[in-house]
Design a binder for this molecule. Structure first.
Ligand SMILES: O=P(O)(O)OC[C@H]1O[C@](O)(CO)[C@@H](O)[C@@H]1O
Length: 255
């Protein structure tokens, strides 16, 4: 497996590839080998998937090249806008149905029902589903403001007693969604979302986190060189010994 550079920042492993394409190929191989290993020792495995641009090439490489037995996998996801219809193209359920579920046949895909009329009950339902088994693999992206899932700075709680909660989205997060073309204007982006918490993420057995491109360079610098605190929620990954951060040259350029 060829990464141009490998380093450790506290307990976090950081693998750097020249391009996002190489990064996707190599990280998909790591994910595949890890899942094969898990499935040698138990009948089924559980994966918590992220959405966003940072996941696209990885998911494509994982799905198109691997020999994973998806029928033995239970799938979950990190977050969803509150009040969004599952058919809305910006909804994370839409993304995951189109990019994952239509291409593989998992044993089950448990979706966060963002359009529920009873959000607290939905948090409770999803918490119970997540707690029913260990989550073997968690995939993550990092927001330009350092958020993990929708745990926004500075309110993200590293010791959250909850596993799924309702959060208010930061202006920057909502603005980025417009810039990326997911919504036409700022007020169209929902103000609230459901998200798994940092405590939930840290309970996962293995974490693969992806960040590439110039627009992630300064937050990656803060994540890896700044203090570990909730002003950059992603910095907490430095305390997870089974987490790998995959970067390309552009996102790693300020290290
Ligand atoms: O992958 P992107 O588009 O860079 O976004 C960063 C992360 O923030 C989220 O939008 C919020 O969870 C994720 O879907 C994503 O992985």
């Amino acid at each position: 497996m060829k990464f141009e550079q490998q380093l450790a920042v506290d307990q976090l492993s950081v693998y750097i590839s020249k391009t996002e394409e190489i990064l996707a190929r190599n990280s998909a191989k790591i994910a595949q080998e890890y899942l094969e290993n898990v499935l040698e020792n138990k009948p089924e495995a559980s994966i918590l998937l992220a959405t966003g641009n940072s996941q696209l090439k990885f998911l494509d490489a994982l799905i198109s090249n691997s020999k994973i037995d998806w029928s033995r996998l239970k799938l979950f996801h990190l977050d969803e806008y509150l009040g969004i219809d599952p058919e809305h193209p910006a909804s994370f359920r839409y993304y995951l149905r189109e990019k994952v579920e239509k291409r593989v046949e998992p044993q089950v895909f448990h979706y966060l029902e963002g359009d529920t009329l009873e959000p607290l009950r939905e948090c409770d339902r999803y918490t119970k589903l997540l707690q029913a088994q260990p989550i073997d693999l968690c995939c993550l992206g990092i927001g330009t403001n350092g958020h993990l899932a929708f745990n926004e700075p500075p309110v993200a709680n590293f010791n959250d007693p909850y596993w799924v909660k309702i959060v208010r989205l930061e202006k920057e997060t909502r603005q980025v969604q417009v810039e990326q073309g997911h919504f036409s204007y700022f007020d169209q982006v929902p103000q609230y979302a459901l998200t798994v918490t940092i405590s939930m993420i840290l309970s996962c057995q293995k974490i693969l986190c992806f960040a590439s491109g110039n627009n992630k360079a300064s937050i990656i610098q803060r994540m890896l060189k700044g203090e570990i605190n909730s002003s950059c929620p992603a910095s907490i990954l430095r305390q997870h010994s089974k987490a790998i951060l995959f970067l390309d040259w552009e996102s790693a350029k300020l290290l």
